[in-house]
Design a protein. Sequence first.
Length: 557
Amino acid sequence: MTAPSFFSPAPGTSPVQGLHHVTIMASDPQRNIDFYTRVLGQRLVKVTVNFDDPGTYHFYYGDLTGQPGTIMTHFPWPGAERGVRGNGEVVATAYSAPAASQAFWEARLREMGFPAETGQRFGQPVLRAADPDGTWVELAFDDGQPVQAWPASPVPAAHALRGFHSVTAWAHDTGPVRDLLTGHLGFTEVGQEPGPEGLRTRFRGSGSGVGLFVDIVERPGQGRGRFGAGSIHHVALRTRDDAEQAAYLAGLSAAGYQPTPVQDRQYFHSIYFREPGGVLFEIATDAPGFAADEAVEDLGRHLKLPEWFEPRRATIEAHVPLIVNHEYGVSLGSGAVAADLPVVAALGPGADTAEVHAAGRPLGQARVAAVLLHGRGGRAADMLGLERELNLSAFAYLAPQAPGDSWYPQSFLAPLEQNQPQLDQALAMLDAVMAQLQAQGIAAEQVVLGGFSQGACLALEYASRRSGRLGGVVALSGALITLERTGDLGGTPVLMAVDPQDGHIPLERFEATAAALAARGAEVDARVLAGLGHTINTEELDAVRALMQRVVEQSIG
């Protein structure tokens, strides 16, 4: 993507001020609470759930009220596999600390079992330690602006952390991130210095409080990160209100960054987008804040749910593990920790017909799954790339790889015998995937089967032959291989999309497919998108995300 070099928000708006929050995947929830509250002295200001996966906690840590620029958030997935740091992600978050407190913090971290490395960065002393999941937590000793003190903190006030100083991301090339930060978000480049990880470039936001810096370390030729426990999922940048956020949504869309629609996160509103190298950013509003549903003196005391989840409170509380907030000595949640079950490696007749690659939530901790099928000449990795675009952390994503990169040799419109035995083998492979998911406790009603092009045709054919309900079927630029089948599809949601001029998928066949599935009881959303081409666009991804979110909600109902 080539981004324009200049982006001006709507009149009356201002550049993003700096950091709003950082969101990380953790494993053991109590261990996470103990480190951030008892070791670092941060207040657990909110205990809620992942709105995309309400069977998982979402913890927010910060100062007394959790003001923007102090908020560290975690999704704890018990038993999750450890991630691997790499290019295309944020790898460290630095807190500001009093300049005279370095000896205190070195001793405290060492004595509590988290020894820190010492270093210098742009003339400032920096400590780097790893939290229980291996996430790098840094302390920059710069006498940053004080924040609202938490009186119950175990860290003496003279040494208390002062909100965020910076985040560090690793990138193959600093250029695209520079274009985003300085050309579209109002950051200023303030310096460069070489370091052991690579050339570090620092960018400063427009604000005057805490959390002003984003550092990019250029690591050409180095590997990408692998998401897991300890990985930083995204960094959120701060804007004042909905109007400013709407201006950024429009500007980033025009610049080709494909931001998501606005998401209501209860305590702020969010849009998400990636820079070309893979780093996931969010722009979050300051309001309404964490005191919107709890008094300041009670922040973190209760499990708080948005109103749309309140009818399911008993079910959600039974899913989430028991935790203790030490500030009040109260216990929350009651569920048991899920067992860590293996992820599939190869499935199909003889266990070698198709390699199955995985991303997203570890299979043993998932209640919902997406099985994604590539097109002719495609790769499983292409489909797994949708995991980051969809940004639904509840799902285990499985992507089989077709032998020879094709599920069957001829067009889907060719006589059936010309695509045998490969078509039957591909359908048998999907049977094996579904059986494996069933053995892991994920029923067909919790599975979304999707595909692009040839993979979309295969997904539709499998759902049609199988009968019964699936969680959903997604066919992007595809149609049924055989129309003349019977059997009740049980209200299976089917999302289909095609360009009316697509040379691979005739519009007549697409429309006949939609009619045939609807006649058999499927809930069909068939979209004819002029100008789509033979590709996947933002409208399709938004519709896929909405369908998948319904499956998540039904899985806990």
